[in-house]
Design a protein around this ligand. Structure first.
Ligand SMILES: *Cc1c(COP(=O)(O)O)cnc(C)c1O
Length: 821
């Protein structure tokens, strides 16, 4: 196999790009689509994609960070960037894809291509675990399976690899052809096909046909007839096929006959080549069983014996692709990524570390890295450069290899031979007020380190999925015309989800403004290093001093507050940013028409103030019944705004819409929108919140299980009746956690092992009881209060309220854990 080298001039030739090269021999090793993540800036080629944000905007800052090679579609004035290389093409995304295709063609390795609705990433990671003894494998990092993620994945192939495992995900028609060409799989795996409407397809048939396009040239296809909608085997792609099925009515090569859960695992029997075979899948949940069966089928299809397959499957370990941010000892924050260590996921984790700049000091605990396809000299030099570039303060290296290259690291560093060594010396190592990233290859068992560094978590936790929140932010951004700004509402502890963790995410992803209700919320954000402009909606005179020193921008809603603010402002201050609230029908806060002359008179000649924005709040953007009123509000806003703008002689930022207005009132986006609950996955204007992702999951655990005799009762005042007796589980959540008493006596439900069970008796302060009669439930079992299936909207309905209230009710004593992939 050839090890291709890519001088930039050669890349220009491959793509037929217009080139302005100051050093044509620069060898490109890395492709980047995010200018913030270069591992080796001089050998990186940045693709200025026109996605939600135009990558061309980031060229200047990328150049400042040392990047010198750019793929662009707009004309760029290269003279502003001495010693940079520019390649110009019509479509930057296509160029990225074509380059990956060309690279794929230089290599003869076997490639497994995986697609389907669910399980792609888990199956990819499991096949990696199962096949690693026999192959040198290159695989998609994390769940890189998109139009951008796939080319970046395939680009990693080098001469040392003899097997590639790549996943492909599509969300609409016409996307798979190009992924199929880039991956060019020789073996195909179709995982499953879920509900069509969740993705952008007309129906399941269209979706299936699109997904199958990945496999058009494969030698071997692994699939289940359950998911191929009656297409005859002969009509499916693939020279050879291997099928699996759990249904007796669908004959298959691997015919599953029996699945039995035992002690958190699943014992499975099947008929294969007319013989009964078996395997043990070391997981209990349904999805893992299906993913395990698909891996089993793949091993058999690849020619492994049933005995060998069973041996390997039994050792599968869980694949947590998520980074978790948890409170640590000594006021530290710990980012736990103890599952894997490779250089690309290290770069992602370091980015997350920088994004969540909880504490000024940043420490990395890193193990040796294996299977990088590079020599250790090159690998650790790259890591040292990466750490320097990401402004890390301290490194703790664990393992003989990283220790051997200690000299490369120009920062505070200490090294240990093994995890054991480190743990033995832990009491003497000082940690305080820092963010600690724990990242290790699986065999180093770094979860032991994470456990020692984190505080014991109270068993009730609110898990916040930051990727989902980001997805929701992008959803709304994609509805806006270029140039329309976003203000993110992070009042009330970010709708109960946290404060600076969320604000950090939003700042990193460049929202334009934040808004809080009170000055102290804004001060907390400033103290955590948030530099975005922050609007304070209820500025109290007692907080003016603090607002001035922390650069917080008051919403001015009355002449009285305006006068007292102007009176307070020291004479030397000029152009202090404020926001004017106009009342067009909410009748909460704001200036009404008759107050405008006084407002304008006050503002007119003031050099102290600068009116950054003038806005209104609409009362019923999600409700068609009130559309007439909304139009009236917008008309009255337009006239109040014009009056103000005329009066002060300039035009402040205009904004009117909250979340549910964004999709329903595209003509009223103006200069900015204010998105709140939509970031958390709820939007009254969208049917079933379609297009949004679930952000928050609330979990607790079972403390005790009891059998009750007929006639015994449960809880205070004997409200929980059990005329026939039964079984109850006591769980660790009560009204002091925000699970209000309204949920008592069967009104509320929770999920245990996938089953909905009702509350019984009244909700207590710190606990409540569930009726689990007939179910196998044990102390310590996980209980879901809400998640994506049993969702907050359902809970809100049960007690006659709205999702906002359920979210903001969750008390501060419930620990928040943030996940990031
Ligand atoms: C809370 C709030 C919003 C956000 O509302 P959502 O419905 O959560 O999007 C917008 N504007 C103002 C003035 C608010 O107080």
């Amino acid at each position: 196999m050839s090890q291709e080298q890519y001088p930039i001039a050669h890349i220009a030739q491959i793509l037929g790009a217009k080139a302005q090269l100051s050093s044509p021999t620069t060898i490109i090793t890395q492709l980047l689509t995010d200018s913030r993540t270069p591992i080796d800036p001089e050998a990186s080629l940045f693709f200025a994609l026109k996605a939600q944000r135009d990558g061309h905007q980031f060229i200047a800052s990328a150049y400042q960070h040392g990047l010198r090679n750019f793929m662009v579609s707009d004309v760029v004035d290269a003279s502003a960037y001495p010693d940079a290389n520019f390649l110009q093409v019509d479509d930057v995304l296509k160029a990225l894809q074509q380059l990956a295709m060309a690279h794929r063609k230089t290599s003869q390795l076997k490639v497994i291509g995986i697609t389907g609705s669910n399980g792609k990433t888990i199956i990819k990671e499991w096949l990696y675990q199962l096949l690693a003894p026999d192959f040198n494998i290159v695989r998609s990092p994390k769940s890189f399976n998109s139009q951008i993620g796939v080319p970046l994945s395939v680009w990693q192939i080098n001469a040392s690899h003899d097997l590639g495992i790549f996943e492909a995900g599509i969300s609409r028609k016409g996307e798979m052809e190009v992924l199929a060409e880039i991956i060019a799989p020789t073996i195909g795996i179709l995982t499953n096909i879920g509900e069509a409407h969740a993705e952008g397809f007309e129906n399941n048939k269209e979706k299936l046909n699109e997904k199958l396009k990945l496999f058009k040239d494969v030698e071997l296809l692994v699939y289940s007839p359950t998911y191929t909608a009656g297409i005859k085997e002969a009509d499916l792609p693939g020279k050879a096929k291997f099928s699996w099925s759990t249904s007796a009515s669908q004959p298959a090569d691997l015919q599953i006959s029996f699945i039995e859960p035992i002690e958190g695992r699943n014992y499975i029997r099947a008929i294969y080549q007319h013989k009964e075979i078996e395997c043990l899948i070391p997981f209990s949940d349904k999805a893992s069983v299906e993913n395990g069966i698909i891996c089993w089928a793949t091993l058999l299809a690849l020619g492994y014996t049933p005995q060998e397959a069973d041996l390997r499957l039994e050792k599968l370990t869980s694949v947590s692709m998520r980074l978790a941010l948890i409170n640590g000892i000594e006021n530290c924050s710990v980012i736990d990524d103890s599952y894997s260590a490779d250089i690309s996921s290290l770069a992602i984790a370091l980015d997350f570390l920088n994004q969540q700049n909880q504490h000024p000091k940043k420490t990395l605990i890193l193990s040796d890295i294996y299977e990088s396809g590079k020599t250790n000299e090159v690998l650790y030099a790259e890591i040292a450069a990466l750490l320097a570039q990401k402004n890390l303060n301290r490194l703790i290296g664990i393992g003989p290899h990283i220790s051997a290259f200690a000299d490369l690291f120009k920062l505070e560093a200490s090294f240990y031979e093994s995890t054991q060594d480190f743990i033995a010396q832990l009491p003497a190592i000082h940690f305080a007020n820092e963010t600690i990233l724990v990242k290790g290859a699986r065999k180093f068992g770094f979860e032991r380190i994470s456990k020692l560094l984190t505080q014991k978590i109270h068993d009730t936790v609110l898990e916040i999925n930051l990727n989902a929140m980001l997805g929701n932010l992008q959803f709304y951004r994609s509805k806006l015309k270029p140039g329309v700004k976003t203000m993110a509402m992070v009042k009330a502890f970010s709708y109960g989800s946290g404060s600076f963790e969320i604000a950090n995410l939003l700042q990193y992803h460049k929202v334009d403004y934040l808004a809080v209700a009170y000055a102290d919320e804004g001060i907390a954000l400033r103290k955590a290093g948030i530099s975005l402009p922050i609007m304070v909606m209820s500025p109290e005179p007692s907080a003016f001093e603090a607002m001035l020193s922390y650069q917080l921008e008051p919403e001015i809603y009355s002449a009285a507050i305006l006068k007292s603010f102007m009176h307070f402002l020291p004479a030397a201050v000029t152009d202090f940013p404020i926001h004017i609230k106009l009342d067009t029908g909410m009748h909460r806060l704001g200036f009404e028409a008759h107050e405008m002359p006084e407002l304008i008179a006050l503002l007119k000649d003031s050099a102290q103030l600068k009116i950054v924005s003038a806005f209104t709040h609409l009362v019923a953007t999600d409700d068609a019944q009130h559309d007439g009123f909304t139009e009236q509000q917008l008309a009255s806003y337009a006239s109040l705004y014009e009056e103000l703008a005329q009066g002060i002689g300039y035009r402040p930022i205009r904004h009117a819409l909250n979340t549910s207005g964004i999709t329903r009132w595209p003509t009223a986006h103006f200069d900015m929108v204010r998105v709140g609950i939509g970031l958390y996955g709820f939007d009254g204007a969208l049917k079933d919140n379609r297009g949004l992702q679930t952000v928050a999951v609330l979990k607790t655990t079972v403390t005790q299980v009891k059998e009750l005799k007929p006639g015994e009762t449960v809880g205070y005042s004997r409200r929980g009746l059990m005329p026939n007796g039964g079984k109850i589980a006591t769980v660790k959540i009560g009204y002091a956690d925000g699970y209000t008493r309204d949920f008592g006596n069967g009104v509320g439900q929770m999920l245990i092992h996938g089953k909905l069970v009702p509350t019984i008796g009244s909700i207590c302060m710190d606990m409540c009881m569930l009726d689990v009669t007939g179910l196998e439930v044990n102390t310590g079992d996980e209980v879901i209060v809400f998640n994506e299936t049993h969702d907050i909207a359902t809970l809100a309905n049960q007690i006659g309220t709205i999702p906002y209230e359920i979210l903001t009710n969750i008390s501060q004593r419930v620990k928040r854990v943030y996940f990031y992939e």
